[in-house]
Design a protein around this ligand. Structure first.
Ligand SMILES: Nc1nc2c(ncn2[C@@H]2O[C@H](COP(=O)(O)OP(=O)(O)O)[C@@H](O)[C@H]2O)c(=O)[nH]1
Ligand SMILES: [Mg+2]
Length: 299
């Protein structure tokens, strides 16, 4: 990783047609890139051959949330101060990354969101309306407003990634990005919107967003969080979802250990073998004074 402390993470599920171009363009903007190949069967991994990036491979398709989380944890292991996320299908323009990073530098504590809110005429009408609907409810659950809660083009500050308690197993999928915004609200982390342009026409494939199932997942997260916020029940994000076949360790918040020097990063192959389970070694982090404590809500 270069001295800037920024790492980009791209989740990719069957993106062979676009991933190489997106990765090359991203590498022109950021010194370090992690691509998480989520059980693709179309040659996504092979398309990245020879590029100076770290490729993590999920053993099977585990969803966008699990892939993002794994990439983010790896970025933290590498010492990232902020993690940029963007999609692998070319909808987000890597050339917009400098604008997002400028906003991050101006407000390093905040989460930066590449917003499509101004693109009313370009975003399909149904999707635009659904996004505004989600913005409203997620804003209510978070206690703060988001310009575009469904945008995956973001800069996450390190603190949010270290302290968020969110579902990140195979049941999270697209709801992960909603829940982590609600966590931002809980943690008092504000958001900054940067208008970006997004390509919707001429895409290589249809969306992986399964309208009914993914909207239901997001609605469930919002309902649970609203209950937690207004009826005082505890968020259950970190509970064991054994019914989904996800090991408990994938949904356990990261324990913090003090006085442990940052270990040399494991090669991509080794982290593949770990699948997306957060192993003991990956939960160790730099010794950093007050941050080297267990999360308050990590039981
Ligand atoms: N890792 C992973 N990524 C996914 C999955 N589904 C979608 N993605 C990625 O998430 C991003 C957005 O997905 P997409 O289908 O384009 O959703 P949309 O842009 O919201 O319609 C792309 O980079 C996909 O490759 C999945 O099951 N696993
Ligand atoms: Mg897309």
């Amino acid at each position: 990783m270069d001295a800037s402390g920024y790492v980009a993470v791209i989740p990719a599920y069957d993106e062979a047609a676009t991933i190489r171009g997106v990765a090359e363009r991203t590498l022109r903007q950021v010194g370090a890139l992690i691509v998480v190949d989520d059980g693709s069967s179309d040659g996504t991994a092979a398309a990245l051959e020879g590029l100076p990036l770290e490729l993590l491979r999920q053993p099977a398709n585990l969803g966008k949330g699990a892939s993002l989380w794994r990439g983010m944890q790896r970025a933290l292991e590498l010492g990232a101060r902020a993690v940029i996320t963007l999609d692998g299908d070319g909808q987000h323009r890597p050339e917009d990354i400098p604008a997002l990073l400028a906003a991050h530098r101006a407000r390093p504590e905040a989460i930066v969101i590449g917003s499509r809110r101004h693109l009313r005429d370009e975003v399909p009408r149904l999707r635009y309306g659904a996004n505004r609907f989600a913005d409203f409810w997620i804003g209510l659950a978070a206690g703060q407003r988001f310009a575009d809660s469904q945008s995956g083009f973001r800069v996450y500050p390190e603190r949010l990634l270290r302290e968020a308690v969110v579902e990140h197993g195979a049941s999270a999928r697209f709801a992960f990005e909603s829940e982590i915004l609600i966590e931002a609200g809980r943690l008092g982390i504000e958001s900054v919107a940067v208008p970006v342009t997004v390509a919707y026409r001429g895409l290589a494939r249809a969306s992986h967003f399964a309208n009914v199932a993914d909207v239901a997942r997001i609605a469930r997260v919002i309902a649970r969080r609203l209950l937690a916020r207004y009826a005082g029940s505890r968020p259950k994000a970190a509970e064991n979802r054994s019914a989904s076949g996800v090991p408990a360790s994938t949904v356990t918040p990261i324990a913090r250990s003090t006085g442990v020097a940052e270990s040399a990063s494991a090669p991509a192959e080794a982290s593949t073998a770990r699948q997306h389970t957060v192993s003991e070694s990956s939960v160790r982090r730099r010794s950093s004074g007050s941050r080297g404590t267990r999360l308050k809500n990590s039981e």
